[in-house]
Write a protein that binds this ligand. Structure first.
Ligand code: NAD
Length: 317
């Protein structure tokens, strides 16, 4: 049930601002590398014409340009075979000007995703999806950490949210977000619960959380009854609503959401009900402007780091 009062007390965790700070800090490191003759380079591989993927890759390339990194977008037909994609990756592995290789997911169904992720040189694996990097992360060794989970840790740490000793509940167990994030929180001494589509009585498990993370991909699934008053809520979901009935099902203030739909043609919503979270949480990440900008910032961090580490100790400060 919704609380009667509309208190709107939660603090917004401004992901865009935190991402801007991280990119500013990175500029010094990029200048230092350039003074040693190295311009970090990122190759983004896009297969097919998924509109969301096209936007993500465009934003990643733009971020590289803004920081003075070299970037290359490699667009392949939707009919590309696993063998053809593996060949492209082999060529990128061999090129010295490319420090980071990003294969935008999802890939078309005919492509063997696991084989493709295994083919990326672990030193250039800026998404942190190669089993070598996954293993390093599990065992707490240095390595590439997936961008979205790494960005969420940055939001928490830079907002002085205490992690050690807290109860953290992560809803979603994907290899790209939920699982790695749970590990990163565990390594920072949180007590972790990972929930998923088969979890029983999800709201009551979620209500135990001091830090609640929703990485589900279901619009506003997390409502007020999932949130312990004062909890920190991290909303990873990005869901685009295009139909009036979808908007009506999600928002309490239906009129203003419908006005936004009419004006823009779609309404973005996370996995957390945006009005409930403002009333119940202590702090929360908005959608848009929360986790999303950090994902790109951490990709830049990983690319610069790959450029430095691939060349060994010579470029370490
Ligand atoms: P995914 O589909 O791989 O995983 C979703 C997870 O949610 C699964 O583990 C599943 O068990 C769980 N789940 C599904 N329905 C559930 C339910 N009813 N109750 C409880 N758990 C349920 O998705 P993903 O790649 O982890 O992405 C999740 C969301 O985060 C998506 O909206 C995606 O677009 C978004 N995302 C955002 C960023 C960003 O930068 N902001 C980055 C990656 C993903």
């Amino acid at each position: 049930m919704r609380p009667e009062k509309n208190r709107l007390t939660a603090k917004t965790l401004d992901g865009a601002q935190i991402a801007a700070t991280i990119k500013d800090e990175l500029k010094q490191e990029i200048l230092r590398l350039k003074s040693c003759g190295v311009t970090p380079g990122l190759a983004a591989v896009l297969v097919g014409r998924n509109p969301a993927s096209e936007i993500y890759v465009r934003n990643k390339v733009k971020a590289c340009e803004a920081l003075g990194l070299y970037s290359e977008k490699i667009e392949l037909a939707a009919s590309t075979s696993s063998a053809e994609l593996l060949d492209v990756i082999r060529q990128l592995n061999a090129r010295d000007t490319i420090d980071g290789i990003l294969v935008q997911l999802p890939l078309p169904p005919q492509i063997d995703v696991k084989k493709v992720l295994l083919a990326v040189d672990p030193l250039k694996d800026v998404d942190g999806f190669h089993p070598v990097n996954v293993g390093n992360m599990v065992s707490g060794r240095p390595g590439m950490v997936p961008c979205t989970p790494a960005g969420i840790i940055q939001i928490l740490e830079r907002s002085q949210v205490p992690i050690a000793g807290c109860r953290a509940v992560v809803i979603g167990r994907s290899d790209t977000v939920g699982k790695p994030l749970a590990l990163l929180l565990l390594h920072r001494n949180a007590t972790i619960t990972i929930c998923h589509s088969r979890t029983r009585d999800l709201p009551s498990v979620a209500r135990e959380a001091d830090i609640l993370v929703a990485a589900i991909g279901k619009p506003a699934l997390v409502t007020g009854d999932f949130i312990k008053p004062g909890a920190v809520v991290i909303d990873v979901g990005i869901n685009r609503l295009t139909q009036p009935e979808e908007v009506r099902a999600v928002f309490h203030d239906v009129d203003s959401a419908l006005a936004q739909l009419r004006a823009k043609g779609s309404v973005l919503v996370g996995d957390v009900q945006p009005e409930d979270v403002r009333e119940q949480a202590g702090a929360y990440t908005p959608v848009p402007g929360g986790v999303g900008p950090l994902t790109i910032a951490m990709l830049m961090v990983n690319t610069v780091r790959a450029a430095r580490e691939r060349r060994g100790t010579a470029l370490h400060p």
